[in-house]
Design a protein around this ligand. Structure first.
Ligand SMILES: Nc1nc2c(c(=O)[nH]1)N[C@H]1C(S)=C(S)[C@@H](COP(=O)(O)O)O[C@H]1N2
Ligand SMILES: [Mo]
Length: 470
């Protein structure tokens, strides 16, 4: 298989008369952006698109710049954190309030839940959760290429400038969730092989990038009959897992090519080039899926017949039956049973107000006051969360909450972001309750299990969340 291809094959693009969509720059570009030197920031070149009428991609993309700017203005500056001293990440500026979940290194963190909620729909980049399996690669915009290889007629290597200028782009908000979100609750039942995520392993940004299917079409992806069944992604880091493997995973080809799924190779987050922790200069975004499929620092796309053979594709992001512990999983090769992979997110809802250890003074004045319970909810695969309910009496009766979906669905009716729920009560109503619990429903009537279903990796916790009063 050709590992690289002469870029001359794209030289003719500039002269052809395609559809031109000017790039709309946002105001917050990183000052160290390597492509900033051009007069007005980004994209002085025109974009030339071939092969397909891209105009069908045009959707009314909402402008979130105002919200992003406001969110950023409320942040303290990111710093070179003393906790990163002596690690391979000692060059990365990070927000000091992030809660570190795996000690010093690698960097795995979530924002304090109340802070995450204060910002609401769009999470500022420095507060976006981070899941790194190893050191962050030091990347340069001008030197980076992604290689597209395997079952394609025209294997190619694209520079970042090519990705940005020779393809159409899409920009829209997507909620990312680590499949380990809320794992701490499962670890409290019985230790799993994963670390303690709280309920803030979830964040939402506005991502801009090239639709994956355009890149694959440009390279002439083979048909299913010719064996093209999977699209594998590979990152840049050398990781300990599997004896020095890269981070990699795969999706089915038809998923990758499905226009309804909005899969992009993203090079911007909240109007700026990606930050090092989130995959600079380019990463995969697969809306509605677990974060683990969205490879950061993307180096290679390989079209194959088999699924990815990467260590992390098999040994991570699976939900095995409860009786399978780590030993049995290895002994009986449960990791390789295809039915236990998780791709789309499962439904989830969380109570964020009252927050942990909140004190609610109860007296004759406050007892008459309204009190608003709040939280977030999401589902997977583009399914809309249609109902969130709260019980104050152990599940005998359920109050239907008010829902706020700040995003517009895409033209296929898919929802890629979290929504927010609220329920106004009186403090008096809370007095008689021993605990409150929340559950969400989506448009296919998925809801959350009453009891926690333990699994060895502790993936996909979605038990009804209880807040206990003491
Ligand atoms: N190259 C690479 N890609 C990666 C990972 C990684 O460690 N290396 N972690 C994955 C996991 S498990 C998650 S949840 C998301 C997290 O993305 P974020 O750090 O931008 O929030 O990235 C995914 N992509
Ligand atoms: Mo993850």
């Amino acid at each position: 298989m050709a590992a690289s291809v002469d870029n001359r094959q794209f030289a003719h693009l500039e002269s052809l008369n395609g559809i031109v969509r000017p790039y709309k720059p946002g105001p917050n570009h990183r000052s160290d952006s390597p492509i900033r030197s051009s007069q007005n920031g980004f994209a002085p070149k025109k974009q030339v698109f071939l092969e397909e009428d891209w105009s069908s991609d045009d959707e009314n993309e909402a402008d979130y710049m105002e919200i992003i700017r406001k969110g950023n203005s409320e942040l303290e500056p990111s710093i070179l954190d003393p906790r990163d001293e002596g690690t391979a990440d000692n060059w990365i500026e990070r927000n000091p309030s992030m809660v570190r979940l795996t000690g010093k290194h690698p960097f795995n963190c979530e924002a304090p839940l109340t802070r995450l909620m204060q910002h609401g729909f769009i999470t500022p980049v420095p507060l976006h959760y981070v899941r790194n399996h190893g050191p962050v690669p030091k990347a340069s915009w001008v030197d980076w290429t992604i290689e597209v290889t395997g079952l394609v007629k025209r294997p190619a290597r694209f520079t970042m400038d090519q990705l940005m200028h020779e393809f159409p782009s899409r920009e829209f908000p997507v909620t990312l969730v680590c499949a380990g979100n809320r794992r701490k609750e499962q670890n409290m039942v019985k230790q799993t092989i994963g670390f303690n995520w709280g309920a803030a392993g979830v964040s939402t940004s506005v991502w801009r990038g090239v639709p994956l299917r355009h890149v694959l079409k440009r390279c002439g992806i083979f048909s299913r009959k010719s064996g093209a069944l999977n699209v594998c992604f590979e990152g840049a880091e050398d990781l300990p897992g599997g004896g020095g493997s890269k981070y990699g995973t795969s999706i089915r080809k038809e998923v990758g090519m499905d226009p309804a799924r909005d899969i992009i190779l993203a090079y911007m987050q909240n109007g700026e080039l990606l930050s090092p922790d989130h995959g600079f200069p380019v990463r995969v975004i697969i809306p509605g899926c677990i974060g683990g499929r969205m490879v950061k620092w993307l180096k290679r796309i390989i079209v194959t017949t088999q699924e990815s053979d990467n260590y992390y594709h098999y040994k991570d992001n699976r939900v095995l039956p409860s009786h399978v512990d780590a030993e049995l999983a290895n002994a009986e090769a449960w990791w390789y049973k295809p039915e236990y992979i998780i791709n789309e997110l499962n439904i989830n809802s969380v109570i964020t107000t009252p927050c942990h250890e909140e004190i609610l003074p109860i007296n004759s004045w406050t007892a008459q006051r309204p009190y608003t319970l709040r939280g977030y909810a999401y589902s997977g695969g583009g399914k809309k969360v249609t109902r969130v309910e709260v019980t104050l009496d152990g599940g005998d009766t359920w109050h239907v909450c008010t829902l706020d979906h700040p995003e517009q669905p895409n033209k296929y009716g898919k929802y890629w972001c979290w929504c927010f729920w609220s329920l106004e009560l009186e403090v008096l109503d809370l007095l008689g309750a021993k605990d409150i619990a929340v559950r969400a429903w989506d448009e296919t009537l998925n809801t959350q299990p009453e009891k926690l279903i333990w699994n060895v990796m502790v993936r996909a916790s979605s038990r009804i969340l209880h807040v206990v009063f003491q």
